[in-house]
Design a protein around this ligand. Structure first.
Ligand code: SAH
Ligand code: SF4
Ligand code: F3S
Length: 466
């Protein structure tokens, strides 16, 4: 069933079909589009919606920079993500000069920032369409406006209550899919810009989530990833509150679904009920991403993470005790304001004790408007670099040792695609999210097979189907 907002967008989709058809006739060729994603899984899912609309109205997908419609779905969590977008945008300008049909659009988290809009208007006035995270569901309408109005279209909303998830989607993988269970974030970690660009936390109703997963499964999906900035607080603000663990129980019952993943778990809200559900589940993957950010209780406090070092370690070790075969991965920030050598040693101590299977280590990036950006004790670049290298080395050594434990084991692997280096090989992932390369034919893509992990190569395995 479509809601009113979705119906309106389908009306624009029909109008756009005619526009694209006319253009194709006039040009005597297909119209091409390129959708480029920056940032997290949520953006990746949003891009599937953008591409879904574009293909439905008649565009052909390309990865070429001279496409007739280029859209960047942006991320602003760290400054280097922004810089990459500006760089790519600048490089598009000459293509636009050569192709009068070419249109350029920008959406996602960056465009929710006023300073970005100002910069775009001033230095990148060749961008034809700009919208934000809250009105992405209006993409058909905005695209229609772009093609029918003579000036650039800029429409960014401060927030929204609308959830419109029934628009066309073009999945990157036929056999696996992300699915939004909630939007936004209420946690306001002091370094983080996400709550400002994604708005307040809103959960989707469990029935709608289940219905979407059922239709994905009917369409060939065997693995889903439930997406939210803090899935552990899912459902708290629904009219009839439902816990994340309960949602997982219901998802588990969906026939034909083989694997369930989720992202991201905030340690402060991870319940014993969740650990129980994971332990009893046949479908929930043996992997949890549990961002630590820092191992220093003092820094965690100023980050507003609402847990301290000991609580994090207790939680992680409890998970390891209850679900012994689990992989635990994490995010770590180095160089948060006020971080000293002794704090970095605390972080390293946590890595030693929890033994992360993988960790994404980031250099702190100052985000305008966040409380941490106003803190006076910002750490100088050389010190941060030194600390970063220390943490990175520790993380890599630990991950390597951790992953070694799978050598010789037979594990179930989802075949995800042909290996880029050697066509006779496939790439797949274990339940714990370890990458395995093994000999096999294309017909296995999307299937679950048992593979013996034979040779360990530092962060991935070679294996043999048995
Ligand atoms: N909601 C997730 C994280 C989303 S952002 C959570 O709370 O776990 C992904 C990661 O980016 C974060 O875990 C954090 O490690 C990193 N990050 C966020 N803001 C950052 C900043 N200002 N500088 C550096 N890294 C940052
Ligand atoms: Fe950012 Fe914290 Fe929200 Fe994660 S929980 S998105 S780090 S504010
Ligand atoms: Fe980036 Fe937005 Fe995701 S800022 S990390 S794309 S929520």
């Amino acid at each position: 069933m479509l809601n009113r907002e979705e119906e309106i967008q389908f009306e624009y989709i029909d109008k756009l079909k005619l526009i694209v058809e006319e253009k194709k006739k006039a040009l005597g060729r297909a119209l091409t589009c390129q959708v480029t994603t920056f940032g997290c899984q949520m953006n990746a899912r949003d891009s599937e919606k953008l591409l879904g609309v574009l293909k439905t109205v008649g565009f052909e997908e390309t990865d070429r920079d001279d496409a007739d419609f280029v859209i960047y779905n942006t991320c602003t969590v760290r400054d280097n993500a922004n810089q990459r977008v500006y760089g790519r945008l600048g490089a598009l300008k000459p293509y636009k000069k050569n192709n009068s049909e070419m249109k350029i659009a920008l959406c996602g988290c960056m465009t929710q920032e006023k300073s970005v809009i100002e910069k775009l208007k001033k230095s990148y006035n060749f961008v034809d369409l700009i919208f934000g995270t809250h009105n992405i569901f209006c993409f058909p309408k905005l695209l229609y406006r772009m093609y029918t109005e003579d000036k650039p279209v800029v429409e960014v909303w401060e927030s929204t209550d609308v959830i419109a998830e029934n628009l066309p989607v073009e999945r990157k993988y036929p056999f696996k899919s992300g699915i939004n269970i909630m939007f936004g974030c209420n946690n306001f970690c002091t370094y983080c810009i996400v709550p400002y660009v994604r708005g307040r936390e809103r959960s989707r109703k469990p029935e709608e989530i289940i219905e979407e997963i059922r239709s994905l499964v009917a369409d060939g999906v065997v693995e889903i990833m439930l997406l939210g900035q803090n899935v552990n607080s899912y459902g708290k603000n629904l009219e009839t509150p439902v816990s994340f663990a309960e949602l997982l129980r219901r998802v588990e019952e969906i026939e034909g679904l083989e694997r369930i993943r989720f992202m991201t778990s905030h340690p402060k809200d991870l319940s014993d009920e969740l650990i129980e559900v994971m332990k009893d589940s046949k479908k929930i993957c043996r992997h949890i991403h549990l961002p630590l950010q820092s191992g220093s209780s003092r820094i965690l406090k100023t980050m507003n993470r609402c847990y301290d070092k000991e609580r994090y370690i207790d939680l992680a070790l409890k998970i390891r005790r209850e679900i012994p075969d689990i992989s635990i991965t994490t995010d770590i920030i180095v160089g948060f304001p006020g971080e000293e050598y002794s704090d970095v040693l605390e972080t390293i101590d946590v890595i030693d004790r929890v033994r992360f299977d993988n960790a994404f280590t980031f250099i702190y990036s100052k985000r305008t408007g966040t409380p941490a950006a106003r803190m006076e004790n910002q750490v100088d670049e050389a010190t941060v670099k030194k600390h970063f290298d220390m943490v990175l080395k520790k993380v890599q050594d630990t991950a390597r040792k951790q992953l070694e434990r799978f050598e010789g084991q037979v594990l179930t692997v989802l075949c995800e695609g042909v290996n880029e280096q050697d066509e006779a090989f496939l790439d797949g992932r274990t339940s714990g999210n370890t990458i395995v390369h093994f000999k096999g034919g294309r017909e296995l893509i999307g299937k679950l097979v048992d593979v013996k992990l034979t040779d360990f190569h530092g962060f991935y395995y070679d294996g043999e189907i048995i």
